[in-house]
Design a binder for this molecule. Structure first.
Ligand code: 5AD
Ligand code: SF4
Length: 441
């Protein structure tokens, strides 16, 4: 039904999950006839896909939504929609409407697939359309996609999360874990590969618990089956949970010629006391055992992680346990976060909230340590030739860029467009986390 003319722009906050969901909203608007633009000033429809995992993501989104009031005044037909994790919280959706009455559509994560209906309803009504579902629905197939990340493609395998880590808002805004049927996932992968996509990233809050709500399938099975698909492609997945990351899965990864030698295994903290308070359900010893097992089957595997500092009651000693774990594992990369209090989570009401100055000091130290690990690891790349999947062109650097199987980013020059091709790149310069090289035949 291509009934409309005009442009739409989607602004996304947060993780890959959100980026992929924005591709679905883009698919819906594109099916209606709108064209995608990345320029808000030239848009007839602007959608904010929000994230509430940390306070700063919320603040950024609010600032940017507020700034649209002017645009709305100068273009009366402009439609502004706000959806995602922030607005899934009913109370928040209500306050957003009160604060920014010019927002036309407010929806949540549970009814993203209904965006077309909500949008059409708004076109027929002068009043804002506010629709937040209390409960997540069953998995729904068939939502269109307008993908923006060629040659990479994201594929959902699970929605929601059952883990209830005490700091995390995700289980409250995304509902219980639901797995897509394996055949739907495999068919989507096949069609992406047929369309020329070269890298598939399977997405879930905890991909390792894929299939717990289905009969006779698990994540290892899915890796096996997707790896059997013919074609020249890479397989990645995120994110993992150490408590569910087991030997059967490690073997499946090791045996798959398609799966990249890179695993993101969020540890969060190195102190057993803090891990327990976080309800992570593993100890630092369990985590280190999994790392050893992974390295036993895939000796050169690159392991990346998420780490949080400043969780309630974290002492200097707890923090030093985290530092010690980081120095022991030698991660290939770490996303580091200062704990952010999320209303409605158990940690938000725990005694012993840590002052921001203390948490800031800790994160600075941690980043410093991780950076020196990265610099050390980068040195090992010098002179080596690595296979890179060329993913894009960096306008500032005027160079192409892409990643190797370990997830390491490299930049290189070329006179011809290499996007979507596997290229051999000889690394000539190493610095921090990214590398510079030249294409070799
Ligand atoms: N504060 C800070 N970081 C958080 N994360 C999740 N919830 C919070 C929070 N309340 C981090 C975790 C998770 C990553 C996606 O975001 O490290 O792995
Ligand atoms: Fe949040 Fe824990 Fe679920 Fe990850 S596993 S989404 S950190 S509750």
């Amino acid at each position: 039904m291509k009934n409309f003319n005009g442009n739409f722009c989607i602004i996304t906050y947060g993780c890959q999950m959100n980026l992929h969901e924005s591709e679905k909203i883009a698919g819906i608007l594109s099916d209606l006839g709108y064209n995608q633009t990345f320029d808000q000033n030239n848009s007839d429809v602007i959608v904010f896909n929000t994230c509430c995992i940390r306070e700063n993501a919320e603040q950024r989104a609010e600032g940017n939504i507020g700034a649209l009031k002017k645009l709305k005044k100068s273009n009366k037909n402009l439609i502004i929609a706000v959806g995602g994790c922030m607005t899934q919280q009913k109370e928040y959706a209500k306050s957003l409407h009160e604060k920014f009455p010019f927002v036309d559509i407010i929806f949540g994560t549970h009814n993203l697939e209904d965006f077309k209906e909500l949008f059409l309803k708004k076109l027929q009504s002068k009043k804002p359309v506010i629709s937040i579902e209390d409960k997540e629905g069953d998995v729904r197939e068939g939502t269109p996609n307008l993908r923006n990340s060629f040659p990479n493609a994201w594929v959902n395998i699970t929605y929601g999360c059952n883990n209830f880590c005490t700091y995390c808002i995700v289980p409250y805004v995304r509902g219980r874990e639901r797995s897509r049927a394996p055949q739907d996932i495999i068919n989507e992968c096949k069609s992406l590969i047929k369309d020329g996509y070269k890298e598939i990233t399977l997405l879930g809050q905890n991909v390792n618990s894929y299939g717990n709500d289905l009969q006779g399938v698990n994540f290892a099975y899915l890796i096996d089956e997707i790896s059997k698909i013919e074609g020249d492609f890479r397989l990645r997945f995120m994110t993992n949970h150490p408590k569910d990351f087991n030997e059967q899965l490690i073997k499946a990864i090791a045996n798959s010629t398609k799966t990249c030698k890179s695993v993101h295994l969020p540890v969060q903290a190195g102190s057993n006391r803090i891990l327990k308070l976080m309800n992570r359900r593993y100890t630092r010893e369990d985590y280190l055992d999994k790392v050893d097992l992974l390295r036993k089957y895939i000796p050169d595997v690159s392991i990346t992680t998420d780490i949080m500092v400043g969780f309630p009651t974290e002492t200097e000693e707890d923090f030093l346990d985290t530092v010690d774990l980081v120095e022991t594992v030698k991660f290939a990369g770490a996303f580091t976060f200062i704990y952010s209090k999320r209303k409605g989570t158990p940690a938000a009401t725990m005694d012993g909230q840590i002052p921001i100055e203390v948490a800031t000091k800790r994160i600075v130290k941690l980043i410093d340590i991780q950076n020196s690990i990265n610099r050390e690891q980068s040195k090992g790349y010098k002179g080596k030739t690595v296979e890179i999947l060329c993913e894009g062109f960096d306008d500032k650097k005027k160079m192409y860029l892409g990643r190797d199987t370990y997830g390491r980013m490299a930049y290189f020059s070329s006179d011809v467009d290499l996007i979507g091709q596997f290229v051999n790149v000889k690394i000539t310069k190493t610095g921090g986390i990214s590398l510079i090289g030249e294409v070799v035949k």
